[in-house]
Design a protein around this ligand. Structure first.
Ligand code: IPE
Ligand code: IPE
Ligand code: MG
Length: 224
């Protein structure tokens, strides 16, 4: 049976879900928060150590201003409301991506990371303003600046995910089969599951089904 330390999720389909309900895309984003809560709980139940959630990509800045504004408002209230509980539950929060938001949100994120930094039951990596290509360029630039050898170990060391084991499993909801610039380096050997359901409809049962399938897959890592 495969061990499972790290699950990464591309939480896709909120906008379509809202529109399908004859409401707004933002209505879908709001509903998506409930799924985030369910999946965090279930991740803890399954004793998984790392959960990486793609919440906002470097490309998502191309969306309409009102949607971007709403997404960050949701994120801000989610963190404000949950951080004490996260801390109580021994959850560590880490942001991967460049914190270039309002000064209020930047501060909230930095404080939340600081507050939870010694927790060790579950680490949630929140990918915000995250792009894998941007991350790789930054890493290589740092290596050049520090005159370090460019090899796999050193490149990994200067990624946002430094010290975190690579995801064993990637799930993308929303019936779309692409990576959208997410963790391109770290997903080199991940098992990938594309889920038809839109993120707000995804639930604990769907998640557990995927976890079960993952456990019985033969992972080769190049061997036979
Ligand atoms: C959520 O899904 C992902 C975020 C960028 C927050 P989308 O907003 O991409 O929803 P769809 O794919 O348009 O339905
Ligand atoms: C990927 O979803 C980003 C997040 C889930 C945050 P998108 O909906 O932005 O991806 P594309 O643009 O359809 O590839
Ligand atoms: Mg999408």
């Amino acid at each position: 049976m495969n061990t499972l330390k790290h699950v990464a999720i591309i939480m896709d389909g909120n906008g379509r879900w809202g529109l399908n309900k004859k409401k707004s895309r933002n209505f879908g984003h709001k509903a998506g928060i409930k799924t985030v809560e369910k999946i965090i709980k279930e991740t803890i139940k399954n004793k998984i150590k790392y959960l990486t959630l793609f919440a906002f990509s470097t490309e998502n800045w191309k969306r309409p201003k009102n949607e971007i504004k709403y997404l960050f408002k949701l994120l801000e209230s989610f963190i404000q409301e949950r951080i004490i509980e996260f801390n109580k539950n021994n959850i560590k929060l880490k942001v991967i991506g460049i914190k270039k938001f309002s000064s209020k949100l930047n501060k909230l994120l930095i404080e939340s990371e600081k507050k939870t930094k010694n927790n060790n039951k579950l680490q949630i990596n929140l990918a915000l303003n995250y792009g894998a290509k941007d991350e790789l360029v930054r890493s290589i630039k740092k290596l050049v600046k520090k005159k370090k050898i460019i090899n796999e170990k050193n490149i990994s060391k200067f990624l946002f995910t430094e010290g975190i084991p690579d995801p064993d499993l990637l799930i993308r909801t929303g019936n779309t089969r692409r990576l959208s610039n997410f963790l391109l380096w770290q997903l080199a050997y991940a098992e990938i599951y594309f889920e038809k359901k839109l993120w707000p409809d995804f639930n604990e049962r769907d998640y557990n089904k995927i976890l079960k399938k993952f456990k019985s897959v033969k992972r080769n890592f190049g061997k036979i």
